[in-house]
Design a protein around this ligand. Structure first.
Ligand SMILES: C[S@@+](CC[C@H](N)C(=O)[O-])C[C@H]1O[C@@H](n2cnc3c(N)ncnc32)[C@H](O)[C@@H]1O
Length: 245
């Protein structure tokens, strides 16, 4: 791999940059991103995510790995009462979301253009009402499983930052990764899988817009799996954490 290509990749989340941005996108990165960007700087305090938004925001939703931002922008347009935080280290994806934000004049979107785990580590507990993780990299090779964003520490942290009654939405087109995710969520007694029938994981709910990756998966003949978990106010009295993987 050439040195430049090497510098564009991160061993965990993949590419930071793809093709060169067109001048319009470059201008959005220069002018709009600084107004929406969450910059953790060198400060190590715990952050209340509501503080990123102005008046009129009743809850905060977080999307990790928004890709080109179609899901996030569409949800933000439907719910002006919700503050949306999107995390995405792939800068071409960030520029795509910026262009959707500008086209729809969205004022309720903030962007963390970096590894979501850095932000998640700093968020105050119990403040995220919905967490969305759509088609995260499945890292199918066994030796790469340690790179998966779904792991015991991360699932516990998701439960920490989520508000009681909040929803964690997850999708994948990789069966083994879906089973892995269910196993890890079962080990975290503060989450409960809300499925009642196979339809619930085979069919995407209507208020859940299709993403680019989902479309590509369907075109390639793969069947996506949709998982929804509720963040319980407290674990059930008889809850037994399952076996850890
Ligand atoms: C397979 S793509 C799916 C994109 C989008 N969610 C979709 O469904 O079209 C996975 C995305 O997660 C992003 N990603 C990977 N690791 C991440 C991390 N640690 N924090 C935030 N985003 C991450 C990648 O840059 C990539 O855009």
């Amino acid at each position: 791999m050439a040195a430049d290509e090497e510098s564009r990749r991160d061993p965990v989340f993949g590419r930071r940059r793809g093709h060169r941005l067109r001048p319009k996108r470059q201008a959005l990165m220069r002018e709009l991103l600084p107004r929406l960007e969450i910059d953790l700087g060198s400060c190590t305090d715990i952050i209340d995510p509501e503080a990123f938004f102005g008046a009129g925001i009743d809850q905060v939703w977080l999307e990790i790995g928004f890709g080109t931002g179609e899901h996030l922008a569409s949800q933000a347009a439907c719910r002006p009462d919700v503050g949306f935080i999107g995390c995405e280290p792939y800068l071409n994806g960030v520029s795509a979301l910026l262009s959707r934000v500008a086209a729809r004049n969205l004022t309720n979107v903030r962007i963390f253009p970096d590894d979501a785990r850095r932000l998640v580590a700093r968020l105050a507990e119990g403040r995220i009402s919905r967490l969305t993780l759509l088609f995260p990299d499945p890292w199918p090779k066994k030796r790469h499983h340690k790179r998966r964003i779904v792991c015991p520490a991360m699932v516990a942290r998701f439960a920490d930052i989520m508000a009681a009654g909040g929803e964690f939405r997850f999708a994948t087109d990789h069966g083994e990764f879906a089973a892995w995710t269910l196993r890890h969520i079962y080990s975290e007694t503060r989450f409960q899988w809300s499925a009642e029938s196979p339809r619930d994981w085979r069919q995407r709910p209507e208020d859940w817009p299709e993403t680019r990756y989902e479309r590509k998966a369907r075109e390639a003949g793969r069947k996506p799996i949709f998982l929804r978990f509720v963040r319980l106010a407290r674990p059930p009295a008889d809850a037994q954490p399952g076996e850890k993987t």
